[in-house]
Design a protein around this ligand. Structure first.
Ligand SMILES: Nc1ncnc2c1ncn2[C@@H]1O[C@H](COP(=O)(O)OP(=O)(O)O)[C@@H](O)[C@H]1O
Ligand SMILES: [Mg+2]
Length: 374
């Protein structure tokens, strides 16, 4: 996959930017608050349909402007396309080769990116939410069937929560709940099953990458649905078994859900277990081991998506290389960068490996302007 050009109009602190991106490796350097992350955010928006950091799309519109536009001239195995996202206070519209695309999800078929940010370094020690996001971000992009299950599940979850809230406050009778439970079970089971499948593909990829980035222990990843105990040796099971588990758990918590007014079980509570030599990395991994694990997980993610798509997605590295020691930097550059077009940001060129500085094209980012360096 390759971005040939990026064009921004009234996006964050960019008035107008037209940036050709021939070649594989691009390094964006500049002080804090100059617009480096904004650039990657724009690319991520076209890849995923959303920002990795804005709560609301509106936040990406330049202050004082009614709307923003991001355009990517991007090429994949499908061909070369003009991909465009328009943001206004009324919402988001996407276009492919100038034609409006009704479903946002359809945009994601044309272009994919894997993003790596310093926050990801907390993947191991952080809460389960970060680990679910790690899984979902890629699966939603690369697997249309997962995207379908995921959006349906979240729609049902929201509506079921609204009903439970009304039941708890006495505004509605519990009569309508059964119907919602049926679709909840169906979509929840689909999400669990697909995430579990993805993790069983991801785990050996992560183990292999872990060896390559000089991790000495055996890394294993395991998907753990909310109804399984931590470290339980059981398999996630067949679709029927998953559905039966979700159904049984719903039945158990129903009285409590009706009192509390919200859903208490479901894949919105699942976790990804990360273990080194069979022990939970969350509890026992040293700081250095955690970083190596995260690097391996990111490489595995790149490989997983490449496996689904038949080609590597674009790699976006926001301020993350300079956070790593030289040995881990070098290992990561070796196994990830060079496979695919990569956009790197850093405050200082000196924070980046020398090889990278030599083989990449460097730009200076200053107050929403990007200029190539000599
Ligand atoms: N909607 C917006 N309109 C104009 N400027 C914005 C908007 N959102 C953020 N900014 C500005 O963008 C800058 C942050 O850019 P960012 O890309 O995160 O910086 P960095 O180069 O440190 O990665 C800040 O100066 C912020 O004030
Ligand atoms: Mg930044």
């Amino acid at each position: 996959m390759q971005i040939h050009a990026l064009e921004l109009t009234s996006f964050r602190n960019y008035g107008h930017l037209s940036l050709p991106l021939a070649g594989k490796l691009h390094l964006f350097l500049g002080g804090n608050g100059q617009g480096k992350t904004n650039l990657l955010e724009a690319v991520y928006l076209v890849a995923t349909g959303r920002s990795m950091r804005a709560g609301r799309d509106e936040e990406m519109i330049a202050w004082g402007s009614p709307e923003a536009r991001v355009r990517l001239d991007a090429e994949s195995l499908r061909g070369r396309y003009d991909l465009r996202v328009d943001l206004s206070r009324r919402g988001k519209r996407v276009y492919v080769n100038g034609s409006w695309v009704r479903r946002l999800g359809d945009l994601l078929e044309y272009f994919s990116a894997v993003l790596f940010v310093p926050d990801d370094l907390g993947l191991v020690k952080g809460g389960p939410e970060a680990r679910r996001r790690f899984l979902d971000a890629q699966l939603v992009q690369a697997l249309p069937a997962y995207r379908e299950a995921f959006t349906s599940f979240h729609r049902v979850l929201k509506q079921r929560n609204r009903l439970l809230e009304q039941i708890a406050s006495g505004a509605r009778s519990p009569a309508g709940l059964d119907e919602w439970d049926d679709s909840f079970v169906e979509h929840a089971a689909a999400v669990i099953q697909r995430r579990a499948e993805a993790v069983s593909t991801l785990s050996p990829l992560a183990a292999e990458a872990h060896g390559k980035v000089a991790g000495r222990k055996a890394l294993t990843l395991r998907y753990r649905p909310y109804y399984m105990d931590e470290g339980a040796p059981d398999e996630v099971g067949s679709p029927e078994e998953i559905r039966a588990q979700v159904e049984a758990s719903l039945e158990r918590v129903r009285p409590m859900e009706m009192r509390r007014g919200s859903s208490l079980v479901g894949p919105q509570r699942d976790d990804l277990e990360i273990a080194l030599d069979g022990r939970p990395a969350r509890l026992y991994a040293s700081q250095g081991e955690q970083r190596t694990v995260v690097l391996a997980c990111k490489v595995a993610e790149l490989e997983l998506v490449a496996g689904y798509l038949g080609e590597y997605p674009v790699l976006l590295l926001d301020d993350v290389l300079s956070e790593l020691d030289p040995a881990r930097q070098a290992a990561f550059v070796d196994v990830a960068i060079g496979r695919t077009q990569t956009l790197v940001t850093s405050t200082e060129a000196s924070g980046l490996p020398v090889d990278l500085r030599r083989s990449g094209r460097s730009y200076r980012v200053r107050e929403g302007q990007v200029s190539p360096e000599a």
